[in-house]
Design a protein around this ligand. Structure first.
Ligand code: 2NL
Length: 336
């Protein structure tokens, strides 16, 4: 009996199968009810008692070995299958999972395109700046609170190296390099030393627009604003301007649009006022023009700036600004 077991074990180690049919034939020949291995189990009854232990053990090992070899061959055949399948150029391709645009990029691109249509060209500049481009050239007095360490990120060793707090610094570069007429739109990342919450982040995104030429008036600003919001939020949207203050514009205003959620009826998004604050704007302060060697007797200009996160929150009904920075695929996939 032990000899037969050894003989069959040798046969099994020589097993080969070119396809599943051959594999199945082997299984039937050895492991089916009437197969060679099962047959040995039947003969086990006649083994003398004193040998039963040893033979039984070998028999079990043989059966396990046969099953292992069978599985091994099965695995080999299935990898062969996939190799052959991959070589079949007529098969349809596996779909490639593509990403989606970030909502901030979508809104930024929409805003830029609207200003492009009005003849504004995109300008970009450094995120690491000096005091002149962020504050002094923009008419911020020496003691202005925005210069405070509390609001602005400075480099410890050198207070003249800081992260820009607004994209106006890029427009200072533009004024340095270009002669009017200047018509530029500036998207970019900005940095403020703020505690992170649902409504504020230390990193966020702005778009600013600047137009300098002879005879640019507040009426030009207003017409630009009306065109802009109607393109972005729809033709039915209303605007209102409230007087405001910025160091770099005079006069300055903040612009509200009629609430896109309740259309002015009053809801919790507009805090029952019917209006949503969208952007700040104004006529470029003559001091800013003169600081940048643009003759303020000859030229005037308007400028405006907005936070992209805020616009995206209103457009998509997003309640927590931190979602923009987490890059959770389940959030990002919703914007196509
Ligand atoms: C806001 C308000 C504003 C500007 C940005 C600007 C730039 C230059 C000269 C004058 Cl170079 N003004 N930019 C003007 C008014 C408002 O932004 O609330 N931004 C989020």
């Amino acid at each position: 009996m032990l000899d037969t077991i050894e003989k069959i074990r040798k046969e099994i180690s020589d097993w080969q199968a070119k396809n599943n049919d051959e594999l199945e034939a082997l299984r039937i020949e050895y492991l089916s009810k009437k197969g060679k291995v099962s047959q040995l189990f039947n003969e086990f009854r006649d083994v003398p008692n004193e040998l039963k232990r040893e033979v039984g053990k070998s028999l079990n090992e043989l059966k396990n070995f046969a099953n292992e070899e069978l599985n091994k061959l099965k695995d080999e055949l299935s990898t062969q299958d996939t190799v052959e399948a991959n070589n079949d150029l007529t098969l349809p391709p596996k779909p490639i999972k593509v990403g989606t645009r970030h909502p901030i990029s979508i809104v930024r691109n929409e805003i830029i395109e609207i200003f492009n249509r009005l003849g504004f060209t995109v300008s970009e500049g450094p995120e690491i700046e000096d005091d002149w481009h962020v504050f002094s050239a923009l008419n911020f007095p020496e003691e202005h609170p925005a210069r405070d360490m509390q609001d602005t990120f400075f480099i410890q060793q050198n207070p003249d190296v800081l992260l820009r707090t607004h994209t106006s610094s890029v427009q200072v570069h533009e004024m340095e390099e270009l002669e009017p007429p200047i018509r530029t739109v500036t998207p970019g990342r900005v940095f403020r030393n703020e505690a992170i919450s649902a409504r504020a982040h230390c990193i966020f995104h702005q778009v600013e627009a600047l137009y300098i030429d002879e005879n640019v008036s507040f009426a030009d600003l207003k017409q630009t604003l009306i065109y802009f919001v109607k393109e972005l939020f729809g033709q039915d949207v209303q605007i209102r301007l409230r007087p405001s203050y910025f160091p770099f514009t005079e006069p300055s205003a903040e612009m509200d649009i009629s609430c896109t959620i309740c259309e002015g009826e009053g809801c919790n998004v507009c805090k029952y006022t019917g209006w949503l604050e969208i952007l700040g704007c104004g006529m470029v302060d003559p001091n800013v023009l003169d600081s940048n060697k643009i003759n303020s007797k000859k030229y005037t200009g308007f400028a405006l700036g907005m936070g992209i996160e805020r616009i995206a929150m209103l457009k998509y009904g997003i309640k927590d600004l931190r979602l923009f920075f987490e890059n959770d695929i389940r959030f990002l996939e919703q914007f196509k």
